[in-house]
Design a protein around this ligand. Sequence first.
Ligand code: NAD
Length: 292
Amino acid sequence: MTSAPVSRVGVVGAGLMGSGIAEICARQGLVTRVCEQDEAALHEARRRVERSLERGHSTGKLSADEQEGALERLLFTTDVETFGDCDLVIEAIVERLADKIALFEQLDRITPESAILATNSSSLPIIEMARVTQRPDRVLGTHFFNPAPVMKLLELVRTIATSDQTLERARAFGESLGKHIIVAQDRGGYIVNLLLIPFLTHAVRVYESGFATRDDIDEGMKLGCGHPMGPLQLLDYIGLDTALFVCEALYSEYANADYAPPPLLRRMVAAGRLGTKSGRGFYEYEGGKLLR
Ligand code: NAD
């Protein structure tokens, strides 16, 4: 199987994460196909990437030529069947195993045999996605962090079936994007979320018990521990729906109460308070900017 560098990437699902992943790939000179499930979501994805590139230009991080070049390399579609020429496809759809498995079956049929199929999942068992393909050795996790163009880390997750060659090809791809690579095993939460999620859910429990206010919890961790943002605000940035899916995946993996979703998290998701993406979570936002 090939170890040629990745030059054509496909990204399926261009919400918070997929749009950022597509942006950095296009900025690094890779032809980048981006697929969303309908025209409205595709339009939103395109706007998000365009706004981010415009911000990069206005803050002097990107020249006009770089901005234009990235836009030219981004090919938006609602038809994943056009991904037949990709060397690597990264799925960044909703954190629901059944949806991801269905997508992997489809991608296995569409893409060249040599292509790597990757998931941006935060917590799910990647072997379950690999096993429905004819190429489990070419499946792994490429776990980017939010916002993908800014965060330095890329957590590669290898299953018991991922080949060394696939891991090294993914490492070279990640390094070409300027990311620092860590390698995790395919166990719920991998490295970062295994440690982070119990901390975040504990903050929700502290808040819902009335023990401390939202602002005191967040300021405490910012000023006392040097975190760039407090746990409740970080949950808003992750998306409370995504955080809930991750808690459920971890709880189902380990049956440990530390990972169980706090009732308030469930209620907020049920009420549509998903964080920055819906304008309200633990805080309120307008156009992504913190209001109060
Ligand atoms: P999101 O809800 O912002 O975006 C998901 C997108 O996928 C939506 O735009 C949706 O329309 C699209 N989608 C769903 N099914 C699709 C399909 N079949 N085909 C094409 N598009 C489809 O979610 P997100 O926060 O971007 O998370 C995406 C993935 O990344 C999840 O697996 C999540 O666990 C993971 N992740 C999230 C974060 C975070 O901080 N939010 C960080 C790291 C990893």
